[in-house]
Design a protein around this ligand. Structure first.
Ligand code: IMP
Length: 215
């Protein structure tokens, strides 16, 4: 095999100093993303707690679907982080599909109107479908999606959601695989956004009131 190594580039002491100070500015802070430090109010669930929980959910799903066909359906955009982590803890042959639904945008309350922005790529008739959601708040999104997917006659249809807000569901929802119950507050991180930001935080946190004003 012909392996080529890129020639090393020599840098002046000034250039090295500049690079070092840029790296220093990116050293992990409490907020993980230094630019978000001022916006984070409180970390509700740490990255380690999430990883531990997602691993356990993956183990349960592995046991429950052992020997069966399984299709994971992620609800974009928020569930993309959970999908990536969870799927690697499911030790079974898997297939993936995604749906995208309208989100809050720069608001923090659901309108109750759910719009499908991207539908599944494949038929789900006769398949074991596991819908993967980031968070269940009013439950209206999940309720709409479940009704919609049921009309396509999957063999089974279950839900995995990392978070459920306590006591605010406007419709009854059954979450077979639930990570954490949290208070009914707006949260960001681990896929969840406010105005498309904060999705890459490894933990779940609340924002300071000022953070909403800059949107
Ligand atoms: P629901 O229809 O009220 O249950 O809201 C479901 C969707 O709203 C979720 O899939 C999220 O995309 C979004 N959402 C609900 N609560 C929050 C939150 O606290 N932070 C960020 N997005 C949220």
């Amino acid at each position: 095999m012909d392996v080529r190594v890129a020639p090393s580039v020599s840098r002046s002491p000034e250039e090295v100093g500049e690079a070092d100070s840029r790296i220093e500015a990116r050293v992990p802070t409490l907020a993980h993303v230094p630019d978000h430090e001022a916006d984070i109010e409180r970390i509700l669930i740490s990255g380690d707690e999430i990883q531990d929980c997602v691993r356990k959910l993956g183990e349960r799903i592995t046991a429950d679907y052992d020997g069966q066909d399984l299709l994971l359906v992620g609800v974009l955009k928020g569930a993309f982080v959970l999908m990536a982590d969870l799927s690697r803890h499911i030790r079974l042959p898997l297939e993936f599909d995604f749906m995208a639904v309208s989100s809050y945008g720069a608001a923090t309350k659901t309108s109750g109107v759910v719009r499908i922005l991207k539908d599944l790529d494949h038929e789900i008739e006769g398949r074991n479908v596991l819908l993967v959601e980031d968070i269940v708040d009013s439950g209206l999104t999940l309720n709409y999606l479940l009704k919609n997917l049921r009309t396509r006659r999957p063999a089974t249809l279950e839900v995995c959601a990392l978070l459920e807000k306590a006591g605010v569901q406007q419709v009854p929802v059954h979450i077979r695989y639930r990570g954490f119950e949290i208070p009914p507050v707006f949260v960001v991180g681990y896929g969840l956004d406010f105005d498309e930001r904060f999705r890459n935080l490894p933990y779940v946190a609340t924002l300071k009131p000022e953070a909403y004003q800059s949107a």
